[in-house]
Every structure is written in C-alpha cells, then in structure tokens.
Design a protein around this ligand. Structure first.
Ligand code: HEC
Length: 138
C-alpha cells in the first residue's frame, strides 16, 4: 500500500499558483482604486446639457467653410471686425443677415435664425460663444 505524497514539483506549482493569484488580485485592486480616481471622475464631469456652448465647434461646423478656420476670411469676409460689434449687432448679422445700421448682408450669408446651428434652433448663448471664439483667434 503506497501512500501518495506530493512531489516537489507539485508543491512548487501550487505555491506559485497562489503567489501569482494574490499578486494578480492585488494588482487589480490597485488598478480599481486608480480608476475610481480617474474613470468615474470623468463620467461625473461629462458635459451637462446646460454647459456653455463650444464656440469653436460651432464655428468649425457652421462658419469656417466660408469664413476660414481662424475666421481669416474666404468666401465670406474676415470676422475680426464683426466680432468687435456689440453682442446684439453680431447676433443680428448671424441670425438674420442684417449688419449694423440695418445693412442687409449678401444672401450667401445664411440666416441662422432659419437654418439653425448644427441642425437645432440657434440660441443666444451659441451665437455669443461663436463671437467669443472669433475674438480669441482674430
Ligand atoms: C455659405 C457661406 C457662409 C457661411 C456658412 C457663413 N457665412 Fe457669414 N458671411 C458670408 C458672406 C458671403 C458674407 C458677406 C456678406 C456681405 O457683406 O454682404 C458674410 C458675412 C458675415 C458677417 C458680417 C461681416 C461683416 O464684416 O460685414 C458676419 C458677422 C458673419 N458672416 C458671421 C458668420 C457666422 C458666425 C457664421 C457661422 C455661424 C457664418 N457667418 C456662416 C458667408 C457665409
């Protein structure tokens, strides 16, 4: 009757397995702590609907094709001067195609009150964000 005992190799294999399992578990635990500090924070910081509109994104999507990426001019004129108009004057031009003093802009310039910005009705906050973006690049 032979009593089965573990070989040296079997014992080393089992010990190695446990050491690796503990190391792996601890590593995952540490990673979890790190991710709790970054990943979940990013979710909490996700842009709420009420956040300030992204003037650059709006400009790139709706205006840059004609006015240039930096509002330096293209089909439409450079907008540095217009960005210095008062907010209501600027909005009037962008939304209704009417310049200061009631000057009607050429029909090529869209009336964003009708077309909307990015497919949704334009808001004053969006127009102001665009004006602020242009002031920053011109
Ligand atoms: C399809 C081309 C086109 C697009 C798109 C366009 N514009 Fe224009 N825009 C023009 C043209 C052309 C004029 C010149 C009209 C004129 O002077 O009669 C103009 C004029 C203007 C003016 C008056 C500038 C001045 O000094 O008289 C402003 C302000 C303006 N655009 C802002 C914008 C903004 C902001 C957007 C995006 C939300 C935009 N435009 C999108 C073509 C465009």
């Amino acid at each position: 009757m032979s009593e089965k005992s573990f070989s040296r190799r079997e014992i080393i294999a089992v010990v190695t397995f446990f050491v690796l399992a503990v190391a792996l578990g601890f590593g995952a635990y540490r990673t979890g702590i790190r991710m709790a500090g970054t990943g979940s924070g990013a979710v909490v910081a996700a842009t709420p609907a009420s956040a300030t509109p992204d003037g650059q994104a709006l400009f790139v999507g709706n205006c840059a094709g004609c006015h240039g990426a930096q509002a330096e001019g293209g089909v439409g004129p450079a907008l540095g001067e217009a960005a210095a108009w008062s907010a209501p004057e600027f909005a009037q031009a962008v939304l209704n195609g009417v310049g200061p003093g009631g000057r009607a802009l050429a029909p090529v310039m869209p009336h964003f009150a009708q077309t909307g910005l990015d497919g949704a009705p334009a808001t004053d906050a969006q127009v102001e964000a665009i004006r602020t973006f242009i002031q920053g690049v011109q």
